[in-house]
Design a protein around this ligand. Sequence first.
Ligand code: UN1
Length: 518
Amino acid sequence: MNTLTAPSRIADLLKQWNITEDHSGVSTGKQWLKGEGERLVSSSPVDGSEIGTVRGASRPEYDQAVKTAQQAFLEWRTWPAPKRGEVVRQFAEELRKHKAELGKLVSYEMGKSYQEGLGEVQEMIDICDFAVGLSRQLHGLTMHSERPEHRMYEQWHPLGPVAIITAFNFPVAVWSWNTALAWVCGDVTIWKPSEKVPLCSLACQAIVSEVLARNQAPEGVSTLINGGREVGEWLAHDERIPLVSATGSTRMGKAVGAAVGQRLGRALLELGGNNAIIVSDKADLDIALHASLFGAVGTAGQRCTTTRRLIIHDKVYKTFTDKLVKAYGQLRIGDPLDEHNHVGPLIDRAAVDLYTKALATIKEQGGNMLVEGGVLSGAQYGSGCYVKPAIAEVTPEMDIVKQETFAPILYLIRYNGDVADAIATQNNVKQGLSSSIMTTDMREMERFLSVGGSDCGIANVNIGTSGAEIGGAFGGEKETGGGRESGSDAWKTYMRRQTNTINYGTTVPLAQGIKFDL
Ligand code: UN1
């Protein structure tokens, strides 16, 4: 066994954050509630061992935690934004200190490579740094009033408690995209992590609650509510929570969106993708190869931004796919904490079943396997979660190609003629998260980016579909849910806008020239 994953090392890792083998998963900051609800078992897909159990919230505990958050909001919103930013700056400092350990825990509990675990913590640090600057830039506009001696402007106020529902594939980063912004905006946060990776949430809560306590922030600024699916439902229906930010499957997002919409709350949805790279006949094929490879097999195909489809021009199809198949032959699959490996396990056996079913369906629907998949067996694959990245030649109309299978299965589609055909194929799915074109042709590039081009929230040139930086707004259209998180002006979703008109004159003129004199 790799020394990094020896169970004793993981136990040590958890001890530094006072995480015991059976721990409460419900906390309002320094305070941990009992955890009288569902018990979650955390088992590592790396070696199949049970790491610990986490006790979720009962309904009364949930209500207590939300009440504490509401109370905290009343104080937190009065802190000057740069002072809240200072707390986030200190949180980033702690994350820097804990980067290696937290990255390791992410890798061990979720199964992504250690490099990617570190990258995920770096993403947390980056968004915190972004939020610190933002804390001095929560600007509104001023407008010229049509009325004399009047002034008009807008300002942004905090919203209230923000619920954050996250998925297993990014056990720590997506929470911080939301929290770092929400906190500087003056909101408090309530986190419902994925049932599959609860220990990562405990580590994050341990780290941030120290920082909050050190700064005398009120209890409830960072609330953690582990539990089963019902916790997500409670949050979605809860009128005390003005914004629910949810990352996960389109099925989950539709349910959350409907529940939040029903009570006219605000939902920020970041759901499934079906991301394609167009490989033009004018592409630099080496660049295309590298970008496609990481896009398709990084995180074992379990990113919402994973490259699922390659739409390749006929003229370069053979040359490019030969290179691709050769590269797949060199992939090393195994313990993700061993830095020699490229591909780790899928999250659990249920995910392996979905992968296996998808492979069977591809064949049933007429696909041709260019690189056969399969579940790996043998001592080092004892968890039963390791699978081979597969490549299938398909036609774009096949049903399975239109679905998001959260596994390393890459679909190859041919096009000939104009880039417009490739773009139409790319857009002809229900999801709209990320997209790329590989080309050295300026006209093709601009057409891909123009109004008739990619219909996705992210459209890249000569880089892959995954691995977005935090500085841009992150999210997508259509069934991806329409929300934007992270950089640019995504912060506006976490605040309410108020328009103010002030009359400093001595009369009351009405807008639109209306006369109403007595
Ligand atoms: C996700 O898979 O839910 O762009 C988020 C990326 C990462 C985030 C992915 N920065 O691939």
